[in-house]
Design a protein around this ligand. Structure first.
Ligand code: ATP
Length: 210
């Protein structure tokens, strides 16, 4: 059975905190393919002026993964109108791939903490395998505890079983955007090709909220 990993996010911009754990997850889960899925309009983040155009975010992911045949990117959420609900994406991909594939939805430990608030969270947990990658500052046990009143015992147990030991990389897109706006270097935070793209298009130069 084919094993597919799906990695959703705003990727604003994509960085090594996404890429290094993703590579480890692909190995640990023996994935045939890991597909990055940039979101159009993240339902759990406030309307954000600092969210650059989807075309930019998609292109930065494309460049970051270029040359790695195991990685791919999908514009499935960008083409769909309205908020990017993961359950809709999974349903669409399930129709596309059929029943004969194992679909894994990859998240960082910070996302696990509020998974209970996601649209139709219980159905989502039943529709695919949610895999959680470690993230500095986000203890997994606390996140799991927060899910107990939102999901069934069995669903929580499956989520806990889906936690994998990926490298801890303390990089966030927020920090990258702040550094760029402050005129600081983000070299070594993300692939050189992504940095080049950001510079070429003068992205993230404005201070957030300013
Ligand atoms: P922002 O700082 O803008 O909120 P972010 O760096 O958290 O962005 P997103 O694109 O929002 O990145 O994240 C997409 C997914 O990647 C989420 O599931 C998030 O938990 C995960 N993720 C992001 N950065 C890391 C990291 N350093 N380690 C592990 N997981 C991460």
């Amino acid at each position: 059975m084919q094993r597919i990993g799906l990695y959703g996010g705003s990727f604003n911009p994509i960085h090594f905190g996404h890429l290094i754990p993703a590579l480890a997850a692909a190995e640990l889960l023996s994935l045939d393919k890991l597909i990055f899925v940039p979101s159009a309009n993240p339902p759990h983040k406030p309307a954000a002026a600092h969210l650059v155009a989807p075309e930019h975010r998609l292109e930065m992911v494309r460049r970051a993964i270029e040359g790695n045949p195991q990685f791919d990117v999908s514009d499935i959420e960008l083409k769909r109108a309205g908020p990017s609900y993961t359950i809709d994406t999974i349903a669409e991909l399930r129709r596309q791939y059929g029943l004969d594939v194992l679909l894994h939805w990859l998240i960082g430990a910070d996302s696990l903490a509020d998974l209970g608030l996601w649209h139709r969270a219980g159905e989502l947990v039943d529709a695919c395998r949610i895999v959680t990658m470690a993230r500095p500052g986000w203890p997994v046990e606390k996140a799991i505890d927060r899910l107990r009143d939102k999901l069934t015992e069995d669903q929580v147990a499956r989520l806990a079983g889906g936690v994998i030991a990926t490298p801890l990389i303390e990089i966030s897109a927020t920090n990258i955007r702040h550094r760029i706006a402050a005129g600081k270097s983000v070299r070594y935070f993300l692939p050189g090709v992504v940095l080049h793209y950001i510079e070429q298009h003068a992205l993230y130069r404005r201070v957030e909220g300013g």
